[in-house]
Design a protein around this ligand. Structure first.
Ligand code: AKG
Length: 305
């Protein structure tokens, strides 16, 4: 399932090749950029959602910090009673844990659901994936804390959730102005055509070999609160630490064809190797999520109930 890519040549792409503005947006052109490079930046697309998403994210950051003393250790780090996932903290922190992922999702946040339903987003996704679309997972909110908040080394999300067909299209949204200093997203345009690459266990879970995939091979995407970055499940991406004096949150919505489903789900090299053994048996049972466009037809072969 995985390939080696030491000598692969990728297209020379600059930020101007992959960005468009939400003002006067040409959906077909945006979809073409995504189809060619596996990534797309739409400036200002999610501006209307910044205020309410920011309010909730800050509230849950505070709630998580208030629960630090109650955290319990697990295989991937720690979790607090509210469900926040924590990683080991850098040395300059006065506690041993730092926030990674907040428990904000479509299940507890109507603001998040409203963001996931943004009609222009759905127009773009439909132009790429087709008319019948569902949400994949329940939304993700990631935080890099101030002055040292964790890096996420370059990786493909397909290492965590490989799909039977095209896989999900992610939309990562900036909640604050985000630049090289506070951990903007980096992408490797064209890398989605490489298939699923071999990943290693890293500090922030599965990542690519940093010698083979140094940051210099990627394009940094600096942007404003409200900018949206779409990327393919096999697009290589990641982000450096947050060296600013404020938290750097993002939230991610993922969409997929209504018939697609996970064939490998993993968070470590070991769990991925185990899941790869069962790939042929993977089914889409229990993976039907909320439809956001079109209709999911009854299909007897899929034994729908
Ligand atoms: O927080 C970030 O910038 C990294 C997000 C990311 O790489 C991911 O969710 O896969």
């Amino acid at each position: 399932m995985t390939v080696s890519t030491e000598n692969v040549t990728l297209p020379q792409v600059s930020i101007g090749d992959i960005e468009v503005s939400a003002d006067g947006l040409d959906i077909a052109k945006a979809a073409e950029i995504y189809k060619e490079y596996g990534c797309l930046v739409v400036r200002g697309l999610m501006k209307a959602h910044v205020e309410e998403m920011s309010r909730e994210i800050n509230m849950v950051i505070q709630e998580s910090l208030d629960q630090v003393e109650q955290a319990t250790k697990n295989a991937l780090g720690w979790s607090t009673p509210n469900g926040t996932i924590w990683l080991p903290a850098p040395e300059n922190f006065d506690r041993e844990m730092q926030i990674m992922c907040l428990p904000i999702s479509y299940k507890n946040s109507s603001a998040f659901t409203r963001a996931a339903m943004n009609p222009t987003t759905l127009d773009i996704v439909e132009a790429v994936l087709g008319p019948n679309l569902e949400l994949f997972d329940t939304g993700q909110a990631l935080v890099k804390e101030a002055v040292g908040g964790h890096p996420k080394v370059l990786h493909q999300d397909a290492a965590y959730f490989e799909h039977r067909f095209e896989g999900p299209m992610a939309q990562l949204n900036y909640v604050v102005d985000t630049d090289l200093n506070n951990g903007c997203l980096h992408v490797v345009p064209g890398s989605f055509k490489l298939g699923v690459l071999r990943h290693e266990d890293t500090f922030s879970h599965l990542g690519l070999d940093e010698k083979e995939w140094p940051w210099e091979r990627s394009v940094p995407i600096e942007g404003k609160a409200g900018d949206a970055i779409f990327f393919h499940v096999k697009c290589i991406h990641g982000s450096k630490p947050n060296w600013s004096d404020k938290a750097r949150p993002v939230y991610i919505c993922r969409y997929r064809d209504a018939d697609d489903y996970v064939i490998i789900g993993a968070t470590t090299v070991e769990s991925r190797a185990e899941a790869e053994k069962h790939i042929k048996k993977a089914k889409n049972e229990n993976e039907r999520n909320m439809m956001v466009r079109g209709f999911r037809k009854f299909d007897a072969a899929r034994q729908q109930d």
